[in-house]
Design a protein around this ligand. Sequence first.
Ligand code: A2P
Length: 340
Amino acid sequence: MTQKKLNVAVVGATGAVGNQMIACLEESDFPLNGLRLMASARSAGRRLRFKGNDVEVEELTESSFKGVDIAIFSAGGGTSRRFAPAAAKSGCVVVDNSSAWRMDPDVPLVVPEVNPHAIAGYTKKGIIANPNCSTIQMVVALNPIYRKAGIKRIVVATYQAVSGTGKKAVDELFDGTRAMINFLDYKEKVYPHRIAFNCLPHIDKFQENGYTGEEMKMVNETRKILEDDRIAVTATTVRVPVFYGHSEAVNVETRDPLSAEAARALLENAPGVKVVDDPANDVYPMAIDGAGQDMTLVGRLRKDISIENGLDMWVVADNIRKGAATNAVQIAQLLASDYL
Ligand code: A2P
């Protein structure tokens, strides 16, 4: 049976993630009939390359979605809140990369390696949410451990690349670094403090409980994706002067005993995971290896010596690819093969 070919729209096509979504669609074997590219009025008429052809960027409006089967959104929460319902109403399925719909009980939050079955819930609102970048790579690494031994508690600290903030933040790290090494002044525009040669324990807005929005996303989204509200999660999310690739120090307390060796064997066979762990030869995952590829890299895997059932690990992935565009395109592929 030949697979039905679908019309896909990328909303936010001119942004950092949107650009990567176009590249992921180009690399994938997605059964594409036609590709539409949408952004704000500012970009209307611009041309972007896809498979050797120029595709004109259209201004996003509520009537943009006629004939579109899947719309992949990465144009910020406000745009998703405003336009995703209109897109769904016109009959297309929205895969949304913003945080706007993630915690809506009628919207599935999906990481294909972890909870692909949840996609079936898309019929309620016509929207599927793509999780937060830091959450995606953490649950890809923890899912095999969770399935085998259960998880009681997760303590995570992140080391997040500036590309997660968008293109302007990539420029800010570049320009700020250049200014520093030339003894020139540089005034920050994106972050509240200097990001060059610095670490900011501040991603997203501070909340009443002292956590940031990003930290609470990791708490709430992890529970939703693993479908287990008993998992205790605490996170400290930190922006570091790295362009691409998020790193995470993850400490996990399992319900049942699980040795580091058994965890390693599980991870070696887990979808989307690559174990990179040979400390004797200075081999461990690094942001520079995570960037530009689609696997979640896991290393520094060891028993936590401070508790009975604890493991420590270091988890790295490309925040723009697996943390955003790749995951969204994988969801679209599952929709195409199993649902539409
Ligand atoms: P535009 O380039 O026309 O402003 P980034 O996160 O890298 O800044 O990218 C954001 C993306 O979201 C861009 O493609 C941007 O388009 C798009 N976008 C922002 N606001 C809107 C809007 N109101 N309507 C449609 N697209 C938007």
